[in-house]
Structures are given as structure tokens and as C-alpha cells.
Design a protein around this ligand. Structure first.
Ligand code: ADP
Ligand code: MG
Length: 312
């Protein structure tokens, strides 16, 4: 391709919100063999919401949610935000006794939360802290197991049911005893399945990588049409997954949106940051897909193929 052709392709990309960082990145994209997709916020909308809240003891639902929200209020994790939002809504609007408590002034977020100390965010696991002197753990099985907390059969069954319907189960323990579970759903992006089908037709293999558990990951992958899944990958492990696929010399692309994804975006032959993204993800990427639409992964590969195939 001539320098002019590269310039034209870069311009066409930019007009579609596909920012390409240089001619080399544009040229490499035609050879992509694997596209590794992050799950949360990339294949899914990244708009998690609580769908289930089950308490296994006699504690009232409103009280339970207030404790859980207090523990999660200091976390930046999308699951934590969904939980706090749900609990807040329940407290102010749905609780039988909520009528007199209108969310006003500063009370909207923090006024009803309990005192938290020794807060600890555990990446890939959840959070741990003390709420009003009681130890509270909110997170996945790994968090509970590592803390020596047993998961009763009844709880395990409930979590499995959530996971089989593509939801994430969040376990809650008070003082070393599991007392409740939240179910959280994050819908797929509307175009996701069509894009996966399109990639397969182009001879490109889609893969999904996530920190979420295997059962939820498989359910989501099945919905979207992805066969190859890597789940329960710790935040630092995504880059290792990329290197695994590169081993036989294959050209590998990573598509991701979060801070967690930037080492993987940097490790990939073609890193694609999608959506508003975080600055750090955008910096690590070779492509920035501004529209937050997965169709642009296909646009990016197409553009490269059309620009470079003629001279081969
Ligand atoms: P990803 O961004 O790939 O979905 P993360 O590494 O951020 O994965 O999280 C992996 C898992 O760790 C989540 O699916 C959840 O089970 C658990 N987790 C992490 N942070 C929290 C939190 N603040 N509250 C509850 N669970 C959490
Ligand atoms: Mg993500």
C-alpha cells in the first residue's frame, strides 16, 4: 500500500470512530487470527444490575442490603456500584417502612450507610471490612474459601442456579457465616452475537477472557456464540492468556475496556480499547474504538485487509 492509501484508510477509520495509532498497526490487523474479548464492559454492556437478593437467615432484606452496601460503598468495582445502587433504591423506595424516608440532601448516598473500618479490596475476589464491629465479606467463592468460610449446600445450589442463567453470584458472610447471596446480571451488547458470527466467517477465532467464574462465563459465551473461554483469570493473568495464543506465532488482538485490561492490550499484537475506556487502556492500545460498538472490530480488520491485500 502507498502512503496515500494508508492515510486514506486512517481517515476512513477516524470517520467511523476507529482511531488507528500508525501505519504499522493498520498493516498488522489484516493478519489477526485470534480476537480475545474481555467479558465485562466489552461483550456485555457493563451495566450490571442486581436481579436477586436472598437472605438465608431471619435478617430482614432491608437490613441485609444496608450492611452489604456499607461494605461495598468504598469499592470502585462495577458489581459494587450495582449493589449500592440496588440497596439504596430498596431502602428509599421499596422497603415497606420507606414512606417517611425520602432521599434528600447528603442522605441520598451516604446518610443511611453504617460505619466501616479496615476496608480491604481484594482484586478478583471481593471486599472485606468491619461494619459496626462485625466482619463482613462480600465476593465470590474464592474469597470465602480462602477465608475459611464454608459454603452450605443450600447457598451453593442458589449460586449455581444464578450462574447457569449467566448471572454472577455474590456471596455475603457476616462473622464467618454466609447469610445471603446477590444475583447480578449484565446484558450482552446488542450487536455482540452478530459480530462473533461475522468474525468466524472471516476466519478469525473469537475467545472470551474474564475474571468471573467458569459457569457464568460459559453461559455468556454460549449466548454470544464463543466456543473458547478462559475464566477465573486474575487481573494480572489476562496478558498471560494473550501470550499463550501468540506462542505458535499467531497474530493476536485483544479487545477490552478497563484498567484491568491494559497489560493485555499492551501484550497483544493489536490492542483495541473500546468505549469511553480508561485513559490507561487507551494509552496501551493500538486501536481505539470510540463508538463502543463491537462492529468496529470487524471494521478495523476489514479496513486493513482492503488497504493491504492488493499488493500481496
Ligand atoms: P472482570 O473484570 O474480568 O469481570 P474482576 O477481576 O474485576 O473480573 O472480578 C472477578 C470476580 O471477583 C467478580 O466476578 C466477582 O465475583 C469478584 N469481585 C471482585 N470485586 C468484587 C466486589 N467489589 N464485590 C463483589 N465481588 C467482587
Ligand atoms: Mg471489562
Amino acid at each position: 500500500a502507498t502512503p496515500t492509501a494508508v492515510m486514506v484508510a486512517t481517515g476512513v477509520g477516524a470517520n467511523n470512530g476507529v482511531l488507528i495509532k500508525g501505519g504499522e498497526a493498520l498493516e498488522r490487523a489484516q493478519k489477526i487470527k485470534y480476537v480475545i474479548f474481555d467479558k465485562t464492559g466489552t461483550l456485555t454492556q457493563g451495566k450490571a444490575s442486581v436481579t436477586d437478593a436472598k437472605v438465608f437467615t431471619g435478617m430482614g432484606r432491608g437490613e441485609f442490603l444496608r450492611w452489604v452496601a456499607s461494605a461495598e460503598a468504598s469499592s470502585e468495582h462495577p458489581l459494587a456500584k450495582a449493589i449500592v445502587e440496588y440497596a439504596r433504591h430498596y431502602h428509599f423506595f421499596d422497603e415497606p417502612s420507606a414512606t417517611s424516608q425520602t432521599p434528600s440532601r447528603e442522605s441520598t448516598v451516604s446518610g443511611w450507610l453504617l460505619d466501616v473500618s479496615d476496608f480491604l479490596a481484594l482484586p478478583g475476589r471481593g471486599v472485606k471490612c468491619f461494619v459496626d464491629g462485625k466482619q463482613v465479606l462480600v465476593g465470590n467463592r474464592k474469597l470465602m474459601t480462602e477465608s475459611g468460610i464454608a459454603i452450605p449446600d443450600q447457598v451453593e445450589h442458589f449460586v449455581v442456579k444464578l450462574e447457569e442463567s449467566a448471572k454472577t453470584g455474590v456471596l455475603v458472610a457476616f462473622d464467618d457465616k454466609i447469610i445471603g447471596v446477590l444475583g447480578i446480571a449484565d446484558p450482552l451488547k446488542r450487536e455482540a452475537a452478530v459480530v462473533i458470527e461475522g468474525l468466524l466467517k472471516m476466519g478469525v477465532k473469537p475467545v472470551m477472557v474474564t475474571g468471573d467464574n467458569w459457569r457464568t462465563a460459559r453461559a455468556v459465551a454460549k449466548e454470544v456464540g464463543i466456543q473458547d473461554v478462559r475464566a477465573e483469570v486474575m487481573p494480572a493473568g489476562k496478558a498471560d492468556v494473550i501470550r499463550l495464543f501468540q506462542k505458535d506465532g499467531s497474530i493476536v488482538s485483544m479487545v477490552g475496556d478497563g484498567i484491568n485490561d491494559s497489560p493485555a492490550l499492551a501484550a497483544a499484537d493489536i490492542g483495541m480499547a473500546i468505549g469511553a475506556g480508561t485513559d490507561i487502556a487507551i494509552e496501551a492500545a493500538d486501536y481505539v474504538l470510540m463508538r463502543n460498538n463491537l462492529e468496529d472490530v470487524i471494521t478495523a480488520i476489514d479496513l486493513s485487509r482492503k488497504t493491504f491485500t492488493r499488493i500481496r
